[in-house]
Design a protein around this ligand. Structure first.
Ligand code: SAM
Length: 244
């Protein structure tokens, strides 16, 4: 797997799950897993992954990717949505439940999180990755789209209602994602940022300045869990523990 802050935390989580399960492959449930951006590397790292997604096209791409990576036997694709998790999650619950890029598109965030918590084995974790509303404002302001930035800032859901290109139903901030997870009964152990500065620094700087890419990677690592920089990251990552 890659080695940004999110991947590092998930690797540690999976190592713990492997220990709890006496060396057996950790069971991962990837809700809204789409075409397998997370599922395929996790299967390659030795996990048994169930992907639940309503989109047949995404699941077909997932199956192609899994076959290309030689891990089709470790991935179970299921067409369904958050409402169906109780019927399809692994017996005893999953060690790790992912909801990456999911809470921005579901109709009912609270219900989705409750279903995800219920599908998690005691002691297991829910990993949530969401778009950050403050980063969306900043990105628009920095590229001169200040009217959009203002509308986004003022909108209660952090979205642009009159812009067809904005396909999300909502964006989050560190407080709102933490609150939503707590209300679903999880202990929130970590909130960190993914893409704190790397989405702001121009690529040309990284190419033309010796050592810049390494410095940026180190800066990302150090800033990921440290407010206030954490709170402007492009995506916010939260780990919720389910009663053990
Ligand atoms: C932005 S993609 C994220 C894909 C992947 N998790 C990732 O991080 O790259 C959102 C996915 O959620 C799926 N989705 C939308 N509504 C859903 C629901 N109610 N339950 C489960 N998945 C849903 C979509 O089909 C899509 O594949």
């Amino acid at each position: 797997m890659r080695s940004d802050a999110v991947h590092r935390v998930l690797e540690a989580e999976l190592a713990q799950a492997r220990k709890r399960r006496g060396g057996q492959p950790p069971r991962v449930l990837d809700v809204g897993g789409g075409s397998g951006v997370w599922a395929v590397p996790l299967a390659s790292a030795g996990c048994a992954v169930t992907v639940v997604d309503p989109s047949p096209n995404a699941l077909a791409t997932l199956q192609r990717r899994a076959a290309d990576a030689g891990v089709a036997d470790r991935i179970t694709p299921l067409q369904g949505d958050t409402d169906a998790l109780h019927a399809i999650s692994p017996e005893g619950g999953a060690d790790l439940v992912l909801g990456h890029g999911l809470l921005e598109v579901v109709d009912d965030v609270a219900a989705a999180l409750r279903e995800m918590a219920a599908a998690t084995a005691p002691g297991g974790a829910v990993s949530v990755l969401v778009a950050n509303r403050h980063a969306a404002v900043l990105a628009r302001a920095l590229t001169g789209r200040v009217t959009e930035a203002l509308k986004l800032f003022q909108d209660p859901d952090g979205r642009l209602h009159d812009c067809a290109a904005d396909t999300l139903q909502r964006r989050f901030d560190s407080d709102s994602v933490e609150r939503a997870m707590r209300e679903a009964g999880m202990d929130v152990e970590l909130i960190q940022g993914q893409g704190v500065l790397s989405d702001i620094v121009p690529g040309s700087v990284l190419e033309s300045t010796t050592g810049a890419a390494e410095s940026l990677a180190e800066l990302e690592r150090l800033a990921a869990a440290r407010p206030p920089l954490r709170d402007i990251a492009t995506r916010l990552h939260a780990i919720g523990r389910v009663g053990g």
